[in-house]
Design a protein around this ligand. Structure first.
Ligand SMILES: NC(=O)c1ccc[n+]([C@@H]2O[C@H](COP(=O)([O-])OP(=O)(O)OC[C@H]3O[C@@H](n4cnc5c(N)ncnc54)[C@H](O)[C@@H]3O)[C@@H](O)[C@H]2O)c1
Ligand SMILES: O=C(O)C(=O)C[C@@H](O)[C@H](O)[C@H](O)COP(=O)(O)O
Ligand SMILES: [Zn+2]
Length: 357
C-alpha cells in the first residue's frame, strides 16, 4: 500500500492500494471510535457493487448508509438537502463522522454536506473511480447550479483518503476513459516524459493494474504538491483547472451528466493547447480520438452557446476570460484571452478535429 501526505492547513494522508479499508481498524480506529454516529453516503450504483465489501471492514461500528443518485445527478440541491435530512433524522451531531463512497460526484456533494452540517463535521473520502484520484484530494467540494458547474461549494479537507484500487476493476470502459483525462491533465501541467508515456496508450484496456496505479500515484503527487502550495486557489492551484474553462461550459450547455467530466476536460485541453500554440496539439487530438473521446460533439455547438458559461468561470472576473495555458509541457500559466481570440480559436479547433475524425 502506498501513502502520500497532504500538508494542507489540516494535513491528512492518502492511502492507495487494495485493502486500504483495513486501516479503519488500525490507524483510523481512534477517529471512528470517537464518532457518535458514522454515516456513509454512497453512490447507489457503487453501493450495489461494493457496499457489502466496505461494510465488512466496518463491522465493529454502528454504520448508517444513505444512497444517493449515481453520478452527476447527485450534485444537486435536492441531494444536498436529502443528505442533511438523513443526518438529522439519524440524530447526528458535531461528533459524527461522514464517509463519501463513490466517484467524484458523490465525493463533491458529501464533502459539501460534511462542511456545512452543523458548520462542519469530519469526513473521509473513499473514492471508487480513476477520476477520483483528483477529486478526493485537495478539499474542493461542490454542487452544480443551472448557470454554472460547481458554483456552490467550499474548500474543506477530508481527514483521510482511503483509495482501494481493487474497486476500480468494475469501472465500465467509459469511466476509465473519463478518469484518464485528469491523469493526462496532471501530466500536461507537470512532466513531459510522463505525458509521452500516456500519449503512447492507444487502448486503456492494455494498461496493467500496476501501470494504472503508478499513473494514479503520480497524479495524486502532482495534485497534492499544488494544493500544499496554494490550498485556496489564490495562484498556482489555478493550474489544476487546465482544460476546465471550456469543459465546464460544455457540461453546463449539454446538461450535467450528458457528457462526463473527463470527456469534457479532454476537449477543454485540446482548446487550451490550441490557444497555447502547443506543439503536441495534433498528436493529442489523434490520441483522444483513438481512445474514443467524443471530440465530434463540438461540431454542433456554437461558441456563443458556451461563452456565457465561460464568462462565469471561477477564474474569470467581470466577464473577462482567463485560461490556463502552457508555455510548454510542465509550464502552465494563466492568461487573459480576448473574446475574439477565444472565438476564432474555437472555430479553428472544430476544423482541426474534423480533419482527424
Ligand atoms: N473536487 C475536485 O477537486 C474535483 C476534481 C475533479 C472532478 N471533480 C468532479 O468529479 C465528478 C466526476 O467524478 P467521476 O468521474 O468519478 O464520476 P461520477 O462520480 O459521476 O461517477 C461516474 C459513474 O461511475 C459509477 N461508478 C463509480 N465507481 C464505480 C466503480 N468502482 N465501478 C463501477 N461503476 C462505478 C457511478 O455510479 C457513476 O455512474 C464531476 O462532478 C467533477 O466536477 C471534482
Ligand atoms: O482541485 C482543483 O483545484 C481543480 O481545479 C481540479 C479540477 O479537476 C476539478 O474539476 C475541480 O472541481 C474544478 O474546480 P472549479 O473550481 O473550477 O469548479
Ligand atoms: Zn476536473
Amino acid at each position: 500500500m502506498k501513502q502520500l501526505r497532504v500538508e494542507a492547513d489540516h494535513p491528512y494522508t492518502v492511502h492507495i492500494g487494495a485493502g486500504a479499508f483495513g486501516l479503519f481498524a488500525n490507524e483510523y480506529r481512534p477517529l471512528l471510535d470517537a464518532a457518535d454516529r458514522i454515516v456513509v453516503i454512497a453512490d447507489e450504483q457503487v453501493a450495489e457493487l461494493h457496499l457489502q465489501y466496505l461494510l465488512d471492514f466496518l463491522k465493529e461500528w454502528d454504520v448508517r448508509v444513505l444512497t444517493v443518485p449515481s453520478g452527476e445527478a447527485a450534485k444537486s440541491v435536492e441531494t444536498f438537502m436529502a443528505c442533511h435530512s438523513f443526518l438529522l433524522s439519524e440524530n447526528c451531531s458535531r461528533n459524527s463522522l461522514l464517509m463519501a463512497f463513490g466517484g467524484g460526484a458523490t465525493g463533491d456533494v458529501a464533502g459539501f454536506v460534511a462542511s456545512t452540517f452543523m458548520r462542519g463535521i469530519p469526513f473521509i473520502q473513499l473514492p471508487t473511480t480513476i477520476l477520483a484520484h483528483d477529486s478526493a484530494v485537495g478539499g474542493k467540494t461542490a454542487i452544480n447550479h443551472e448557470l454554472g458547474k460547481n458554483m456552490i461549494g467550499t474548500f474543506y479537507q477530508p481527514k483521510a483518503v482511503l483509495y482501494d484500487s481493487k474497486l476500480l476493476e468494475t469501472l465500465p470502459p467509459g469511466e476509465v476513459r473519463s478518469g484518464m483525462a485528469e491523469v493526462i491533465k496532471h501530466a500536461f501541467i507537470s512532466n513531459g516524459t510522463w505525458l509521452e508515456e500516456l500519449l503512447a496508450i492507444r487502448d486503456f484496456k492494455d494498461m496493467a493494474r500496476e501501470e494504472l496505479n503508478q499513473h494514479l500515484e503520480k497524479g495524486i503527487a502532482v495534485k497534492a504538491a499544488i494544493v500544499e502550495e496554494d490550498e485556496f486557489e489564490g495562484g498556482v492551484r489555478k493550474y489544476l483547472n487546465f482544460g476546465h474553462t471550456l469543459a465546464h461550459a460544455l457540461e453546463g450547455h449539454l446538461g450535467y451528466g450528458n457528457i462526463t467530466h473527463g470527456e469534457a476536460v479532454v476537449l477543454g485541453m485540446s482548446y487550451a493547447l490550441l490557444l497555447s500554440e502547443h506543439e503536441k496539439l495534433d498528436d493529442y487530438i489523434r490520441w483522444a480520438h483513438e481512445n474514443g473521446y467524443p471530440l465530434h460533439i463540438v461540431k454542433d455547438i456554437r461558441f456563443d452557446a458556451l461563452l456565457p458559461y465561460m464568462k462565469k468561470d471561477k477564474k474569470s472576473s467581470q466577464g473577462i476570460l482567463n485560461f490556463v495555458l502552457l508555455k510548454q509541457t510542465g509550464m502552465p500559466f494563466v492568461e487573459k484571452v480576448e473574446e475574439q481570440r477565444a472565438r476564432s480559436a474555437y472555430e479553428k479547433l472544430i476544423l482541426q478535429i474534423e480533419e482527424v475524425i
